[in-house]
Design a protein around this ligand. Structure first.
Ligand SMILES: [Zn+2]
Length: 323
């Protein structure tokens, strides 16, 4: 995928902040990048690794083309280590964290920085997080440990408190579309972002036609359910088998649209995605029920990474659509 992080305009303030820190030699030993889905936290971390290791940095950042920049991007640089989820595992294991800490403790191959990336850091299990504490308490000289997490609250407070925070926000629609067109090419991106939210890096990894097909199927299933032509248990079972995360995103979009219609808020917008609810006291509708449903749906989406009984939780949600 031809994804150029430098083209992601919404990351510019974060890049400038990091660039200034590196140029003034005050880059944090531990950086916690709080990412939003598909907003580019990982790409920003890789950019910083390139910046720290680049052989010929430009005033505005890494050159992107020297051997060091290319090997960081390809995950082959001897002074850049990256850990994440292995295969189907939902957790980063203690052995991975120990290995990373040991790597940071060694002298760098090229006399410069040693850089490590943990992504998604909110998947560190308790032991793995603890294995990193010593590295954070007594960081070796010229080391930078980056953690990218969408839910930093899942990390132990002892670990969080030792990191400098950098928050990446969801981009606006326009820059998200511009980036997708530049990085991936023309496509029905507007419709895709309507489904998944303004998550351009996520959209770039998806097949737009497949996304829209799942949207149509999901919305069709919900319409059948509301008209009592479908059964909640069967629908929950079918959804749980494939593309559940995407189907739940479609469900949230569908629900949000219904709430807006009932509240007379006119055309569909993604504002509700920010978690703010318009006036709940909307008379003459059962919006309160819909808001409760929306809250439960969001809780289920947030819990997808944990071993919940998805089918049962979903079935209970879908039953609420009918009443
Ligand atoms: Zn370079």
């Amino acid at each position: 995928m031809a994804q150029s992080v430098t083209a992601a305009s919404w990351l510019r303030p974060a890049r400038e902040q990091l660039l200034a820190a590196v140029q003034q030699d005050r880059v944090a030993h531990a950086l916690l990048i709080q990412d939003a889905p598909g907003a580019g936290g990982t790409q920003l971390a890789v950019w910083l690794a390139q910046l720290l290791l680049c052989a010929t940095p430009a005033p505005q950042g890494p050159c992107g083309s020297c051997a060091a920049c290319r090997s960081v991007a390809a995950d082959r640089h001897p002074d850049f280590t990256r850990i994440g989820l292995l295969e189907d595992s939902k957790q980063i294991r203690v052995e991975q964290a120990r290995e990373l800490a040991a790597h940071l403790a060694l002298a760098s191959h090229q006399g410069g920085f040693k850089v490590a990336l943990i992504d998604p850091a909110d998947a560190l299990n308790w032991n793995a997080a603890n294995a990193l504490l010593k590295t954070l308490e007594e960081p070796p000289a010229r080391t930078v440990l980056m953690l990218v997490a969408q839910q930093p609250s899942r990390l132990p407070a002892t670990l969080r408190s030792r990191c400098q925070r950098l928050r990446i926000r969801v981009p606006e629609r326009e820059p998200a579309l511009e980036w997708l067109q530049a990085a991936v090419g023309e496509g029905p991106w507007e419709a895709v972002l309507d489904v998944i939210g303004n998550a351009p890096l996520l959209a770039a990894g998806l097949d737009p036609r497949a996304v829209l097909q799942i949207r149509d199927e999901t919305v069709g299933g919900l319409a059948d359910l509301a008209a009592r032509r479908a059964d909640a248990a069967q629908l929950a079972d079918a959804w749980s088998r494939t593309e559940l995360a995407l189907r739940l995103a479609c469900f949230e979009t569908w629900l949000t649209e219904r709430i807006r219609q009932r509240a007379g808020l006119g055309t569909y917008s993604l504002e509700l995605r920010d978690g703010t609810h318009p006036d709940r006291s909307d008379p003459g509708s059962n919006s309160l029920g819909l808001f409760d449903l929306l809250d439960q749906l969001r809780a289920l989406r947030a819990a997808l990474a944990t071993p919940v009984n998805r089918s049962l939780a979903l079935e209970s949600l879908l039953r609420s659509v009918v009443v």
